[in-house]
Design a protein around this ligand. Sequence first.
Ligand SMILES: [Zn+2]
Length: 310
Amino acid sequence: MMKPNKHAALLTAGLLTLGSAHAAGVKADDNSVFRPTGKGWGEIDDTPGAKERADLARLRSRGTGIYYHGGPLMTNAAGVNAYTIWYGNWSGNNATTILTDMLHHIGGSPYFNINTTYYDSASRRVVNAVTLMGTTNDAYSQGSSLSDSGVEAVVSRALSSGALPKDSNGVYFVLTSSDVNETSGFCTQYCGWHTNASLAGTDIKFAFIGNPDRCPSACEAQGTGPNGNAGADGMASVIAHELEEAATDPDLNAWYDNRGFENADKCAWTFGTTSTASNGSLYNMTLGTRQYLIQQNWINAGSGGCRVAY
Ligand SMILES: [Zn+2]
């Protein structure tokens, strides 16, 4: 996800880049089929049968503006598990308190309930529950400049060291301090992303969430957040975005639209009705005792749309 001013331009840039990287020689036209990258834009899917799969997804659609492509969702009856990996140096930053609090209260909320409108081919739905199962710290094991594979290495290390359990029903959040860069496009093409990988024989879902204090104009919705920590307040919205995408499209082959946009991508940087917090900042929901400004999510019911609650 990326703030709107830059989103359109960067979306185009992303398509061109990915078009040449992953689909060399393929030009986008009306018959092009897109699949999600997990970074907020789609890429051309030129694998055999892509057009047929897309047609089938549209045929099965119920007019909600987002389509099911047959892959798994995170539908465990106990809900989705979350793990946090605090990467870099977070000492003296209360982001660890604010975002831990958020992950303790997002499950069961009217906001996360939006994800229960998503289901698999056996009609199993995402459950409105999120449990923060574990947390660990990583003091720059991969340095302060991470590539995508560097982020994966951070997760891999947390699992192999036993700091966190291997959990196919988990989403592992790599949360980087503001001195850490992600070189594939943090602050220029995205503010966070999610994907999956087979790590030690398990399908592990993980997400990168950078501290937007590194680039407030690109990745923070406002200069002062409701919790008085602009970086953490900005990350709260990005975490929510990647969490709901991981739940409904964990392997990038379940729910997305014909542009390759997953549920949260369709509502990125829209917040619905807002209220003013005591410090003058805007918020649109309360989780536990804290206020947050968290982007809307796409509801897969009725004729679809961006919502903060269901
Ligand atoms: Zn996204």
